[in-house]
Design a protein around this ligand. Structure first.
Ligand SMILES: [Zn+2]
Ligand SMILES: [Zn+2]
Length: 256
């Protein structure tokens, strides 16, 4: 049997909802493997980086973790690109929470606006095939319908992406040995304020102690938090490499 092709993760945007870090655009991660291309989230300002990394209509699917603008709002330029750049317009499959198309339609006060280029399906808890990859999705504590996902196959390491997540243990069922964990660390080395459904470095440290991913990629650090301190807290809990990702980073995940 031929071994599964590696996953190549390209970070297009790794910012939170707002920031003073120039270029820290909204969450967006391109995953390519053996001819399959999947986009995880498309937050504010990240469409140009997507269009630089890949011709967007070549994507097999876009996966949206939840309906906060820093994770989905650049579906608007993606929809325009598909509808106006090509004749006839091209279409893309979008998997996300229920109500995604209605939310984008409402921005333009035009029912059917989204469906002119995007085929939206509800992301379900069951495994879904996208090209050569399998997508697993699990509900996590954040909005009413927020998902974390794992991209991979039946064997070998994969990529687990937290989306935004308020309870680190919600991610544990997705993580298999040697997976790469791409996880939000909104509150860095600081405490999580009461009621804020996001993670900090200490909660990720507890998670990696029990789940033992092969690599930890931190992201979505909020304005004013120290990247080095966040990395240090997680690294103390794990033998695996821990980094904070930036746009332009390319990470290869070997699946053999
Ligand atoms: Zn967010
Ligand atoms: Zn959010």
């Amino acid at each position: 049997m031929t071994p599964p092709a590696p996953l190549e993760l390209t970070v297009l945007g790794a910012g939170p909802a707002y920031t003073n870090r120039v270029g820290a655009t909204g969450a967006s991660y391109l995953v390519e493997s053996g001819g399959t291309a999947v986009l995880l989230d498309l937050g504010q300002g990240s469409f140009p980086r997507l269009a630089t990394a890949i011709e967007p209509s070549r994507l097999d699917a876009v996966v949206i973790s939840h309906l906060h603008p820093d994770h989905f709002i650049d579906l608007v330029p993606l929809r325009h690109y598909l509808a106006y750049q090509f004749s006839p317009p091209r279409r893309l499959r979008v998997l996300g929470p229920s109500g995604l198309a209605d939310r984008i339609d409402a921005l333009h006060a035009r029912p059917g606006f989204t469906a002119e280029a995007l085929d939206c399906e509800q992301l379900r808890g069951t495994d879904q095939r996208i090209g050569t990859l399998t997508l697993e999705a699990r509900l996590v504590a954040h909005t009413e319908e927020s998902y974390a996902v794992r991209l991979g196959g039946p064997t070998g390491p994969g990529l687990v992406y937290s989306g935004d997540c308020g309870v680190a243990d919600d991610l544990a069922p997705l993580i298999r040995a040697d997976d790469t964990l791409l996880v939000e660390v909104s509150f860095g080395a600081g405490p999580v304020p009461p009621g804020a459904l996001h993670l900090n470095a200490a909660s990720i440290a507890d998670l990696v102690r029990t789940t033992r991913p092969g690599r930890v990629l931190l992201t979505h650090l909020q304005m004013g938090f120290d990247p080095a301190a966040a990395i240090r807290v997680v690294a103390e809990a794990s033998d695996a490499p821990v980094t904070l990702v930036e746009p332009g980073d390319v990470i290869t995940i070997d699946r053999t």
